[in-house]
Design a protein around this ligand. Structure first.
Ligand code: NI
Length: 249
């Protein structure tokens, strides 16, 4: 099989695997604050392989996000993008439409990239509601998960969120280095089934690292899906104002 065919094959295999997992696990699990509730599935993670969700914060950025979308498309990989509304409104609408069209999940990362803790209702709306309305105007739907900048959550954030809060379980701190090998190595050595991986698509080195990690993890039997697909595969029903770090307790 040629390179293109092999990559398309990965995408089809990932879709098939999702169906198999969905069939194999019929009981729903109730999430509580990023972990599963008592009595929920305590299945051990498989020693190797499984499903992973790549997530990208702080974009879009014309050059780097375009390169990333090209690389993901070549590999048949779907990711999740938590967007900064101010960047979207600054001429990046076509990139957001491309993400949506190509099967990626889109979420909110505030309008100005500010911490949401301590904000009153109006200020919260100016960050999250404004970005939600902007994305709805572009895409025609309003189901956008929220990733609070810095992962900062308080009672007000939970009450005002109006959507699930998506955190992460693997953090290679890609903003702190320009060495893609180092970032890729962190991801490859830490990733386990059900993990949500944090990256930033505004850095060229992060885009390179993400694609390196995808290629290495594909060889180890991992498949890449959106956050919604990752949680659904484990029968986790997302609720507004509840945070999720991973698809396991
Ligand atoms: Ni951020």
């Amino acid at each position: 099989m040629g390179k293109k065919g092999r990559r398309l094959g990965w995408g089809l295999l990932a879709a098939g695997m999702l169906c198999l997992i969905a069939l194999a696990r019929p009981e729903p699990a109730v999430p509580v604050d990023g972990v599963l509730a008592e009595g929920a599935e305590e299945t051990a993670r498989p020693a190797q392989g499984g499903l992973l969700a790549l997530t990208f914060d702080d974009g879009p950025r014309r050059s780097t996000t375009t390169a990333l979308l090209d690389g993901l498309a070549e590999r048949g990989v779907h990711a999740t993008f938590f967007l900064v509304g101010g960047r979207v409104e600054n001429g990046m609408g076509d990139l957001v439409e491309r993400m949506d069209r190509e099967g990626h999940q889109i979420g909110i990362h505030t309008y100005d990239h500010v911490a949401l803790t301590g904000l009153n209702r109006a200020d919260f709306d100016a960050q999250v509601g404004r970005t939600r309305r902007l994305l709805t105007g572009l895409l025609g739907h309003d189901s956008f998960a929220l990733r609070p900048p810095y992962g900062a959550i308080d009672a007000g954030v939970r009450a005002n969120a109006g959507s699930p809060l998506i955190l992460w379980s693997v953090d290679p701190e890609d903003w702190d280095t320009d060495d893609p090998q180092k970032v890729a190595e962190h991801i490859v050595s830490h990733a386990q089934d059900g993990d949500i991986i944090l990256l930033h698509d505004i850095f060229p080195s992060s885009v390179e690292a993400a694609l390196l990690a995808v290629d290495r993890l594909h060889q180890r039997g991992f498949y890449f899906v959106t956050v919604d697909e990752l949680l659904s595969a484990r029968h986790i029903q997302q609720e507004n104002g509840v945070s999720y770090r991973c698809a396991y307790p």
